[in-house]
Structures are given as C-alpha cells and as structure tokens.
Ligand binder design. Sequence first.
Ligand code: HEC
Length: 128
Amino acid sequence: MLFNVSITRLTHIAFMTLCAIGINISVTHAEEDVTDIAAAQINPKYTQYKENFSVKRLFASRCSWCHQGYGLKEADGPRLSGTDKSKEYIIEQIAYGKSPMPGFRKQLKPWQIEALADYIKALPDVEL
Ligand code: HEC
C-alpha cells in the first residue's frame, strides 16, 4: 500500500515536472515568435532605404545591451514591449536619449530611428 502511494506520487511529480518543462519551452518559443512577427510587419516598409533591412538586427546591435530579449525583457533599460508612450515620444527618446540612455541621432539615420520606434510600438505587451 505504502509502495503504491509513493509510486503514484512519483508519477505525479514526474508528470508535473514534464508539464512545467513543456509549458516553459512553448512560452519561450511563443515569445521569440512575437518579436519576429513584429519585425516582419515593420521590415518591408524600410527596405526602400536598405535591401534586406532587419529591424531586429539593428535593435540587437544598438539597443540589446540595455533592452534585452529584443525589447521584451528588462535589463539596464526598461522592457519596451507594451509601452504606453507614443511613437513620437519614442522617436525623441531614441534620438536624444535620457540619462543613462545615450541619444542615437548622430549614429542612426532618421528612418532607422523611425523603424525602431515602429518596431517597439508593434511589440505586444509580452514580458520575458
Ligand atoms: C546604456 C543603456 C541603454 C541603451 C544602449 C539603450 N537604452 Fe533605451 N533606455 C535605457 C534606460 C535606462 C531607459 C529609461 C530612461 C528613463 O526614462 O529614465 C531607457 C528608455 C527607453 C525608452 C522609453 C521607454 C518608456 O516606455 O518610457 C525607449 C523607447 C528606449 N529606451 C529605446 C531604446 C532603443 C530603440 C535603443 C537602441 C537604439 C536604446 N533604447 C538603447 C537604457 C538604454
């Protein structure tokens, strides 16, 4: 009887663990997809300036060290997904910065800054 109970318990624990791992994996994938979906909406608008433009690549090279998970995860800078700020505000913030965030108006072209703002606004309110 005791033996039976502990086997049932173990099975239960193993099942719950597998479920937790399963949920974790699917959530992680969903969140990666979310940034791809947002980028796929934004990229075509800017390929007129640069063929094969990738807003995620631009974000990764300039923003990721403070805004991680392509904007879904808080790090030195806040999470950007789900921001209540307007596109105009975001463009200003990227161009002029706000200590400790540097301004990017001297390094990025206006259309690149706008692409980043469009991308941030396209991100759904998802947190990594
Ligand atoms: C050195 C770290 C750092 C880098 C690099 C950086 N940021 Fe930031 N960012 C911050 C910090 C810190 C804040 C919060 C500033 C505040 O409001 O006090 C912030 C705030 C923001 C906000 C405002 C969010 C809101 O809801 O108020 C946006 C938008 C933003 N960053 C976009 C970007 C983009 C796009 C890039 C890349 C071009 C970038 N940041 C690069 C640190 C950084």
